[in-house]
Design a protein around this ligand. Sequence first.
Ligand code: AVJ
Length: 320
Amino acid sequence: FSTESLVRFYQVAGEDTTDHCHQVLDGLQLEQKTISPKYFYDERGSELFDQITRLPEYYPTRTEQAILELFGAEIAQALDSETLLIEPGSGGCQKVRELLQHRFPAAYAPIEISGDYLKKAVSRLSREYPDMDIHAICADFTTLNRLPGELDGEKRVAFFPGSTIGNFEPEKAAGLLRNFAELVGDDGALLLGVDTLKDADVLHAAYNDAQGITAEFNLNMLDHLNRLIGAEFDRRYFHHEAFFNETSERIEMHLRCDRAHSVKVGSRTVDFQQGETIHTENSYKYSPERLDQLVSRAGFERQQSWFDDDQQFGFHLLKR
Ligand code: AVJ
């Protein structure tokens, strides 16, 4: 008799050619300068994102939470035949608790790139859910396409909340979902949390909050890169911009340069014109039609959906 569940750790060696300096320089060489949103998230960035999720204007996180609170039991029931729940990018394993409390699933496999974060989250979970097996996988979920062999026999469902899928351009988003399809196998499923296409003013406000936290989050990327790759960005020469791109149905975040100057990045110098921008993030908002397009491109079928009353956010159960 044990009061802690069985925990296994898997360290999946990534192609650690993640040379951040080269990646960043490649993006700054483009006609439209671009830096990946993954560089938002140093410790300060994660803290700022946490603050964003509690802002009055930022509806996605609290709406998603409300849907899980309202329909968690029903969702867990719909997934009842699955035995293993996989969560790519699980972070602190907070959201999944809304499913776990309904005694689902028998086994949980969080996939998280930060090993320390993963270990802490999992040791807490194992005490709270002593009956559940935990397979903690330390890996980059964007490149992981198979699970440790011993998990092959389980019937698998992936959980991908937070509208993280919205960060990926349509082609990449379909590729990522196809990757998840491989992870869950032929009779597997995917529970996907997606932000809905809605009134442009509501979207605009969510990314231009009155307290300026989103602006700080955006600018913090420059400080992060200064530390990470020894760049010499001066944040005083840039300001936050976020707008809804109607054609692409996405929020775009940019850092706009207020005066011409040059920035040392590693061994190179990057020139900035006054008024040009660094594109730091896309956040796609999905209409039902666009979502179904994406889902079918990835080889899934939408089986069931759960929304809040205003259809601001949705969870979608996708089957192969
Ligand atoms: C974590 C990608 C879902 O796109 O809304 C919040 C990130 N950026 N405010 C989003 C974010 C600016 C967020 N996601």
